[in-house]
Design a protein around this ligand. Structure first.
Ligand code: ADP
Length: 868
């Protein structure tokens, strides 16, 4: 048998015991790498998962980490003595969740998140450290793939269409609209054959059958018809679309317009070239205007831009004629401003000929004489038509990207000119449950957990300034209100001139994984915590049921030293009379491998005898091997004493009450028989009411005895359909009979049908009315009202009696609770009626409560669901 070890020894006395702790079957089988180091950093122990992660077995000389080589995530080598484990041992703070890259001797690399933690002895002194390495390689790769995909998709400029296996169009992007002339609204839900010329209709069947086989069709040159009936040449690439189970559910089609594609490409290339040349000023037109003589002069390039022959001398008015009429105003405003502040800068359209419109940008400077009078303006003009076009194309490609991003299964967000607002794809919107068509959210911090917002914003701000990729983890509110941990990897975006224009990010829900990690960390701490702070005793046995562990709490209670507890040593402190039963229960649990709970008395070292509840059951190693029994022992003396008191009380009360009630009942029946044939109707009537009430009392007593039943939840209802109005009136009549001093007034009401246990509800009404009578000795008016609203029927009983303090409004519905009330008068009672009433009403799905002011009176009410 393994030498039993106290858990504190296991953790704290650093030596053999540590090896035993880590030879623990649970740790060895754990799918997470764990290892420990001593104060000098030498690896003392490690589990199988650690060897797997490192790709090697430490040989005794390894310090800090068993890895062959490690790197920071930016790729720079990380010296082993600066690794997180080394930092912990040197007392340097470690950033949580910072990943490292591990290179194995065979060259393969893994990414892991280390969780190092110091091991301290009783005195709080560090005696080593334990590290847990969580392998996140798989997650990392997946995230990178998504980001890469998003980047590729972003730069695509093609018409993209998806359809079901039956050929029904399910998505249609703006480019598709451009190429084929149909809008998304016109095409979605339509059959794709709308685009296919009749002589090519057989192609579609061929395409679909290939897709169904999981094949991809690339660069298939064919013809399609546009909305206007024009035949166009297109090149198709079609791929199968699979659902998350890998089943093919449709096809996505990329259509490229063959001729337009070439044009577009050329325009883009030219615009890039022009931009370069413009930078070198070769494309800049220059001009000058003498403000005194109004005499202009223009460079050849300027004349060319405006559509004049180089070397010609157009006058000022023919230059003005070239300006696009709608932009004349812009030009005049710009010149007016230039004369005021000295600089000119504006964009406008010009028309070098009837068919051509060009965008130009003019910049200039005003020169003054020494008196400050403007003399002339010197300026440059650049043809920016292509730049503008390129910008439009960029805008379009952005739109197209959004379409594709919307079909991506990961959450994607993107910021543009607006630093804190931006596009969110459908997955993101679905996750947060926002109904928003364009995905533009103004302030998405609304969805971040309040505790995470500050860090969330700061990381973003810093990255924005540095224009750097960043990573965040935070809790995001899901559509159902639950906050989930999200990993958020963002990379900077650039426009085609290379300027930074915001970020694009792929987010993943890592909540389950995160919780798993947290659990692992918690379980790492568990050994320490339970041994030190547990208010209950803990124990474990081997497979033969022999004790091999008790915690400090048990040792403190019994006063028996740890080495005398093992095997059956612990039994010595159990009260002799209880030993056999206890052992029997344990034996049965061991044999049947099932849970048990047993009570026994313990002789404590301070001489007191205390009631204990031991609960336990079998425990298994990760690979499912039975290891023995484990469990806890809690001190239940107080509870036990209360229980005994309660049971005693109930027994006495039942005995005391049953006898007098039975004899009253017998006498009532006897009297009833005697007067049966007489002609005194009043007596007959009174006797039958009396018998009625006695029956109710009998019922109440038996209910009282059934209190314990309520507690254990074995409380049954017998519902039936009845009119609550009638029941209330009947009960009020009964109580009025026996409370002649009070005046019970029931407000008129229509029928109020409920499906409820009539008998029990009558108990509640009786209880309310009896209390109203009992607790209003001075003012005798009692009003009963009923109403029907929102699917519930309400009954209210109002008295003008002693009332109840606000702090007792809840408490009076508790078992045995009686309000202090008026000190001068004493009221009889058990404090049980309202408790039973509350149980009855809640069981019916209704509500019960009171509005009351001390000294003024109370309104007790209950509600019941209206019968359907
Ligand atoms: P009992 O009346 O037998 O004590 P109940 O459970 O019916 O038990 O009521 C609990 C306590 O609530 C009472 O002891 C009393 O202090 C208070 N209470 C109940 N009804 C009224 C009422 N109408 N006015 C003032 N106090 C009340």
């Amino acid at each position: 048998m393994m030498q039993p070890q106290n858990i504190s020894n296991l953790v704290f006395s650093y030596g053999i015991s540590e090896a035993e702790l880590l030879n623990h079957p649970v740790l060895e089988a754990l799918p997470v790498a764990i290892y420990t180091c001593d104060l000098d950093g030498y690896i003392r122990m490690y589990n199988r998962a650690a060897v797997e992660l490192w790709g090697r077995e430490p040989d005794g000389s390894d310090q800090w980490c068993g890895s062959w080589k490690i790197f920071s995530m930016d790729g720079s080598p990380l010296p082993l003595d600066e690794c997180p484990m080394a930092k912990v041992l040197k007392g340097i703070p470690v950033e949580p969740y910072r990943e490292i890259m591990i290179q194995r001797p065979d060259g393969s690399r893994r990414i892991a998140v280390p969780h190092p933690r110091a091991i301290t002895n009783d005195a709080g002194k560090m005696i080593g450290a334990v590290n847990m390495l969580v392998d996140v390689t798989f997650r990392k790769n997946a995230e990178e793939d998504v980001a890469r995909l998003a980047a590729i998709v972003q730069s695509s400029e093609d018409a993209i269409v998806s359809k079901t296996l039956q050929g029904i169009v399910t998505s249609w992007n703006p480019s598709a609209e451009k190429v084929f002339g149909y809008t998304a609204a016109e095409m979605i839900g339509q059959h794709i054959s709308k685009l296919i010329p009749s002589e090519r209709i057989s192609e579609e069947a061929e395409i679909l059958s290939k897709i169904q086989r999981g094949e991809r069709i690339e660069h298939f040159d064919t013809q399609r018809i546009t909305k206007s009936g024009k035949l166009i040449d297109v090149s198709l690439t079609i791929s199968p679309v699979r659902n998350s189970n890998g089943i093919i559910i449709g096809a996505s089609k990329i259509a490229r317009l063959i001729s337009a594609e070439k044009k577009l490409y050329k325009a883009l290339q030219e615009s890039e070239q022009r931009l370069n040349i413009a930078v070198e000023a070769a494309e800049l037109g220059t001009w000058e205007l003498n403000l005194i003589t109004r005499e202009p002069s223009y460079s050849d390039r300027y004349l060319q831009i405006l559509g004049f022959e180089p070397g010609s001398k157009p006058d000022h008015s023919s230059i003005l004629k070239k300006i696009h009429p709608e932009d004349m105003e812009i030009r005049n405003e710009a010149i007016k401003k230039a004369l005021e502040d000295g600089t000119l800068d504006f964009e406008m359209r010009v028309c070098p000929s009837k068919e051509i419109v060009r965008w130009i940008r003019s910049k200039g400077k005003v020169f003054y004489d020494k008196n400050g009078t403007p003399q002339r303006i010197l300026g440059t003009t650049l043809d920016i038509t292509d730049q503008k076009a390129a910008f439009d194309i960029l805008l379009q490609s952005e739109e197209r990207f959004k379409d594709i991003a919307n079909s991506a299964p990961v959450m994607i967000w993107m910021t543009g000119n607006e630093k804190y607002a931006g596009f969110h794809n459908t997955s993101w919107l679905n996750f947060t449950g926002i109904k928003q068509e364009h995905g533009n959210i103004d302030d998405w911090t609304d969805f971040v957990h309040p505790d995470d917002v500050e860090k969330y914003i700061n990381v973003y701000k810093e990255a924005y300034v540095k224009q750097e990729a960043f990573y965040r983890e935070y809790r995001l509110r899901r559509y159902d209100g639950q906050y989930r941990w999200i990993s958020d990897h963002a990379v900077p975006r650039y426009d085609n001139t290379g300027s930074f224009i915001g970020f694009i990010s792929a987010c993943m829900d890592i909540d389950d994984e995160k919780r798993f990690n947290e659990k692992l960390q918690a379980s790492e701490l568990l050994f320490k915590t339970i041994a030190n702070v547990s208010p209950v005793a803990l124990w474990m046995t081997d497979v033969n049921g022999k004790n091999n562990f008790v915690n400090q709490t048990w040792i403190d209670w019994t006063g028996i030293p740890v080495d005398k507890q093992y095997d059956q040593g612990w039994l010595a402190s159990v009260e002799e009379a209880d030993r056999e039963h206890l052992m029997e229960v344990c034996r049965k649990s061991l044999e049947k491998k099932e849970q048990f709970a047993v009570e026994f008395r313990l002789n404590r070292k301070d001489g007191k005898v205390r009631w204990m509840l031991s609960e336990g059951g079998p425990y298994y190693s990760i690979d499912g091997k039975f290891c023995g029994l484990a469990g806890s022992v809690a001190d239940i003396t107080e509870r036990k004493e209360q229980e005994i008191q309660k049971n005693d009380f109930l027994a006495v009360a039942s005995h005391e009450l049953k006898t007098p009630i039975t004899s009253i009942k017998a006498y009532t029946q006897l009297l009833a028989q005697t007067f049966q044939n007489g002609d005194n109707d009043f007596v007959k009537n009174a006797l039958s009411k009396m018998e009625n009430q006695v029956n109710k009392m009998t019922k109440l007593v038996s209910d009282f005895l059934k209190l314990s039943k309520i507690e254990s939840g074995k409380f049954q209802l017998n519902p039936e359909l009845f009119d609550l109005k009638d029941l209330v009136n009947e009960m009020a009549g009964d109580i009025q009979m026996v409370s002649a001093g009070h005046k019970i007034l029931v407000e008129k009401s229509g029928s109020l049908f409920v499906n409820a246990d009539r008998e029990r509800i009558s108990q509640v009404i009786t209880n309310f009315l009896n209390n109203a009578v009992k607790y209003s000795p001075d003012n005798k008016d009692i009003n009963v009202r009923m109403k029907n609203s929102n699917g519930f029927v309400t009954v209210m009983v109002e008295d003008k009696g002693i009332g109840i303090k606000p702090e007792e409004h809840q408490k009076i519905f508790e078992r045995f609770y009686r309000a202090n009330g008026n000190a001068n008068i004493s009221f009889s009672g058990f404090g049980i009626g309202l408790y039973i009433s509350a149980e009855i009403i809640r069981k019916h799905g209704g509500d019960i409560g009171v509005n009351s002011e001390e000294g003024k009176g109370s309104v007790f009410y209950f509600t019941l669901p209206q019968a359907k």
